[in-house]
Design a binder for this molecule. Sequence first.
Ligand code: 13P
Length: 253
Amino acid sequence: MRKKIVAGNWKMNLGYEEGVSLFSEIVNMVRDEKKGDQQAVICAPFIHLNSLVQLGNSIVAIGAQNCHQNESGAYTGEISAKMISSVGAEYVIVGHSERRQYFSEDNQLLAAKTVVALENGLTPIFCIGETLDERNNGSYFDVLKTQLEEGIFNVSTGQFSKLVIAYEPVWAIGTGLTATSEQAQEVHAFIRQQIAAKYDAAVAENTTILYGGSCNPKNAADLFAQPDIDGGLIGGASLKSRDFVDIVKTFNS
Ligand code: 13P
């Protein structure tokens, strides 16, 4: 049985006190909801990581939103996977479309980040997704396949089994335009086929694939009911405790 995950991505939001207070609310609300194969995760800005781990990572796991591709060294202002791991965080988002777009992160760089994250015991949540143009001109399967091949298909089977993938169509992020559950399912099934072709059917069957892009308490149930959608990567709705926890609860209803 693959793990079901609802992960919040706070992006560049919330001061220190605000983050602590939101996380405390989420932990208190999720405490009673948690089920065996299901994991809630909050991916927070670096300044929050240590405190959030202390506050309740046994109930809601903690992740970062990025890491540097090198182990350590003279990279002023950067944060390594080892540092993230050293505070007890367990996840790191790699390849979010905002990093690809605003920080020119390409598949080769993201492949290096994925490896360094895995080597330091973190679970990468590796994001792929097509733009609106790529969806409209029909090239999206090729785009997604290249993102997979160049970004994560270079790791060993053992390493791959520790990865989580998030399909986040760029046109659905922060726009209120959600992919329909049919559109998302089509892509998730395609991703699973690609994994089966590269590794094997068992690896594909065990890989958690999340959907992200304007996911909210209203549309989560429909999306998560699809056979190849194993949870969500939630932006805006993760900044409201009630909304985020309602999405987490979707698996229980
Ligand atoms: P929204 O849920 O705000 O569309 O953001 C999705 C996202 O980018 C999560 O990583």
